[in-house]
Write a new protein. Structure first.
Length: 288
């Protein structure tokens, strides 16, 4: 599992798109792909109904991973593909099945024909409870899986994490594309005092942020000398600027801080907004 791409599938159009994206990712990484389908046994009253019995339901569900694997093998003959059907609650089973994988890929329904995702409870729960990078793929993305736009990186320069940045640069290198790092900022509460004193805090903060971003990206450009890197530091909500950049992206990369507390796992407001509104596949990378 340490060198495997895992895709969660359920037979829907969006899960087929996720499987296709996962196969391409496995090919780029030179690793096997594992398709995981989670079968939830029907409740006992339904199991007694004609054509809805446990055996009938399981028989049809077993076709999903088998037929998906056959289709992918035909389109990606160089990728080693395995399939597995597991039983239980999808979010728990998928999070467990992904342990040790290089990435977990899930499908997400597009919203009303416009850019963005409708991320269901299963997807959100998996993202919140696994430390493996998770990629959400829309149904329409199957048709645009080869687009060569930049990898957009949502970057918090106040608390950057190397694993999130590295994931973005490595994905860009595999695709032969550039990295577009987006940083957003807001004015400090002292802005009102600056106005009174005649100090242009907006320009001052903008210069400081741009300089910090340039310096930070410079370190990664030295690690990835072939990478074309664009840094953008903008005033305003981070999610809004990342979503705007996603319309030209082949992939969006954002981070999720791992919170091990009795209050449970959280995704974070910026990542949550990007997940729901980005116009490209979104990779959520967990970090400490």
């Amino acid at each position: 599992m340490a060198h495997t791409v895992v895709a969660g599938i359920d037979g829907s159009q969006e899960s087929r798109a996720a499987a296709e994206w996962a196969a391409r990712e496995a090919r780029l990484r030179g690793v096997p792909l594992k398709l995981v389908h989670v079968w939830e046994p029907v409740p006992e009253p339904m199991a007694q109904a004609p054509l809805l019995g446990t055996e009938t339901s399981q028989h049809w569900s077993e076709r999903i991973p088998r037929e998906t694997a056959e289709e992918l093998r035909a389109r990606h003959p160089g990728v080693e593909i395995a399939e597995e059907q597991l039983t239980g609650h999808p979010a728990d089973v998928l999070a467990d099945a992904a342990k040790g994988a290089v990435v977990l890929v899930l499908g997400s329904r597009g919203m009303s024909g416009i850019g963005g995702f409708l991320v269901g409870s299963v997807g959100l729960a998996v993202i919140a409870h696994t430390e493996v990078p998770v990629v959400l793929v829309r149904a329409l993305e199957e048709r645009a899986a080869d687009r060569s736009g930049p990898v957009v990186l949502g970057l918090d320069i106040a608390s950057p994490d190397a694993s999130v940045i590295a994931f973005a640069f490595e994905e860009a290198a595999r695709r032969g594309t550039s990295v577009h790092a987006v940083n957003a900022w807001s004015l400090p509460s002292s802005y009102a005092y600056g106005l009174a004193a005649g100090v242009d805090l907006y320009a001052e903060v903008a210069r400081e942020r741009t300089a910090t971003l340039t310096e930070m990206l410079g370190e990664w450009e030295r690690k990835f000398p072939d990478a074309e890197v664009k840094g953008e530091s903008r005033f305003g909500p981070a999610a809004e600027h990342i979503v705007e950049a996603s319309h030209q992206a082949s992939l969006v990369v954002v981070g999720r801080r791992v919170r091990r507390s009795p209050l449970g796992a959280h995704i974070g407001s910026v990542t949550h907004a990007v997940l729901h509104h980005a116009a490209a596949p979104v990779a959520v990378v967990a970090h400490d």
